[in-house]
Design a protein around this ligand. Structure first.
Ligand SMILES: CC(C)(COP(=O)(O)OP(=O)(O)OC[C@H]1O[C@@H](n2cnc3c(N)ncnc32)[C@H](O)[C@@H]1OP(=O)(O)O)[C@@H](O)C(=O)NCCC(=O)NCCS
Length: 175
């Protein structure tokens, strides 16, 4: 378990299927996510969870975000495309329980992952991609120290419009 202020991170389990399947098929949750825009079957989500729970090798770490106190599972986050040689990884997060949005849970989860990435995994830099329309996410990431590194113009189609992808990154303190 990795403990944050209001949340903690634990391994994902196959028993998380019902919640995760609901989240990935909730249009409000996925609206600005780079998932491909297709409904996701229970089988596909189960297979994803099984892979994540088994551990997908050295390059990916997936974790469940839970509230301290109640143990309520409210989302998932992970580090992907970990490069041990370069000391880099790409961060992904979803807070699937919408009643938890805008209460600092995302910020707490991202800060907790970053602390772990920098202090326990010796990573040097964490990057992410976010749609330019995803103002809530960008605000959350900025508050965690991420800065914009570049813009991929018109990279994604959302609601019939081509929108920019923003690449952001944060460095470990002193690196
Ligand atoms: C993006 C996400 C992880 C953020 O988590 P969260 O717990 O809602 O975020 P936080 O409460 O920590 O921070 C959000 C901040 O954005 C602000 N915000 C909300 N809507 C906003 C908007 N339209 N414009 C600007 N800021 C906004 C909030 O007020 C808050 O800032 P504050 O604490 O200074 O008031 C979460 O909402 C989520 O998973 N959304 C759906 C999936 C998704 O978009 N994932 C990210 C893909 S890159």
């Amino acid at each position: 378990m990795i403990i944050g202020d209001r949340i903690y991170l634990r391994a994902v389990e196959v028993e998380d299927l019902d919640l995760c399947w609901r989240w990935v098929n909730d249009p409000e949750v996925t609206r600005y996510m780079l998932l491909g825009g297709w409904p996701i079957s229970r089988l596909a989500e189960r297979e994803w969870l099984e892979r994540a729970a088994r551990g997908t090798g050295d390059r990916d770490r997936q974790m469940a975000v839970c509230l301290r106190g109640s143990d309520r599972h409210i989302g998932n986050c992970g580090l992907h495309q970990i490069s041990w040689r370069s000391g880099t990884a790409d961060l992904g997060i979803v807070i699937g329980e919408k009643d938890c949005w805008d209460q600092g849970c995302g910020r707490d989860a991202v800060r907790t992952v970053l602390r772990h990435a920098f202090r326990e995994m010796s990573l040097r830099k964490v990057t992410l991609s976010v749609l330019a329309l995803n103002h809530r996410a960008i605000r959350c990431y900025e508050q965690c120290g991420f800065a914009v590194e570049g813009i991929l113009r018109g990279q994604h189609l959302v609601d019939g419009l081509h929108v920019d992808e923003v690449r952001m990154a944060v460095f470990a303190p002193g690196r």
